[in-house]
Design a protein around this ligand. Structure first.
Ligand SMILES: Nc1ncnc2c1ncn2[C@@H]1O[C@H](COP(=O)(O)OP(=O)(O)O)[C@@H](O)[C@H]1O
Ligand SMILES: [Mg+2]
Length: 264
């Protein structure tokens, strides 16, 4: 097993709310993510995508089955796994620079070095000139870039992203796709990227794991690596359209099932 290889074996997860029925969110998920692979987790709302990511991030205890990273069992959060949440999760009372510095605080670096790294990250995500702005003064795309910069501050080998661009308009999302691909081209990482957007998954990922409606299971894993090319290089091709169509066929039924289950 390589340094950042991820393995899920027989992972199930049940939520037990203090009031109401237990919810079986994930059932018997087994999955391998290879070193430096970009894996998209795709499935309808409520199928357990976030749950899977939080278990891997160490934010929820693994009760059934086993998750390992580099052959070591996940027992909590760690600097090897950086997570970007769906709703930015920035500190509203901190500036852009302070939010990014927060990601660097846990590292034992001299203050000047931390400041230098923070500035590097500001530039990496194209936010120069906004260092002293507060999140409320930024657009959605800019906020998400701050969140990404803060996560990249610790330079994690594994990047976990939970529908990071879901709240952005189409143009901003397209720009963010290019920036994300550029960032991982410069600093290769293993990425697990949660989305419910089929095109986004095929565009970015090497493989797409399609999940079933709740309880979430891995329904099929589709190779979308296009001989190592990603993004704009493949978007207009016939092969790309075919993959999107194939995966749409897989998720369509699950989306209908998820919809029906939500009706009273
Ligand atoms: N804290 C919780 N308590 C009870 N049920 C929960 C809790 N969190 C999530 N769930 C339920 O677990 C299922 C999976 O949730 P989630 O992983 O957030 O799905 P997704 O990210 O795919 O939309 C959903 O049906 C959701 O309602
Ligand atoms: Mg979710």
């Amino acid at each position: 097993m390589t340094a950042t290889g991820i393995s899920f074996r027989g992972v199930s997860h049940t939520y037990r709310p203090p009031r109401g029925q237990p919810v079986l969110a994930l059932q018997d998920v087994s999955l391998e993510v290879r070193e430096r692979e970009f894996l998209a987790l795709l499935g309808p709302s409520g199928c357990g995508k976030s749950t899977l990511l939080y278990l891997l991030g160490g934010f929820l205890p693994v009760e059934t089955g086993e998750i390992t990273v580099a052959a070591k069992r996940v027992a909590g959060p760690g600097p090897d796994r950086g997570i970007v949440f769906q709703n930015f999760a920035l500190y509203p009372w901190k500036t852009v620079r302070q939010n990014i510095l927060y990601g660097l605080e846990k590292q034992r670096l001299p203050r000047a070095e931390r400041e230098r790294r923070a500035q590097e990250l500001v530039e990496l995500v194209h936010l120069r000139g906004f260092e002293n702005s507060y999140p409320a003064q930024l657009s959605g795309g800019m906020k998400q870039r701050v969140a990404i910069a803060r996560t990249l501050a610790v330079d994690p080998a594994i990047l976990l992203m939970d529908e990071p661009f879901g709240a952005l308009d189409a143009q901003t999302r397209a720009l963010m796709h290019e920036e994300l691909l550029a960032i991982i081209r410069r600093r290769p990482k293993t990425v697990v990227f949660v989305t419910h957007d089929v095109r986004e998954a095929v565009y970015l990922a090497d493989r797409v794991a399609v999940m079933s409606a709740r309880p979430g299971r891995i329904k099929e894993i589709v190779d979308t690596s296009f001989a190592g090319e990603r993004g704009a290089e493949i978007a207009g091709t016939h092969a790309f359209a075919e993959k999107v169509e194939h995966i749409w066929g897989l998720v369509r039924n699950e989306a209908i099932l998820a919809q029906e289950r939500r009706e009273p």
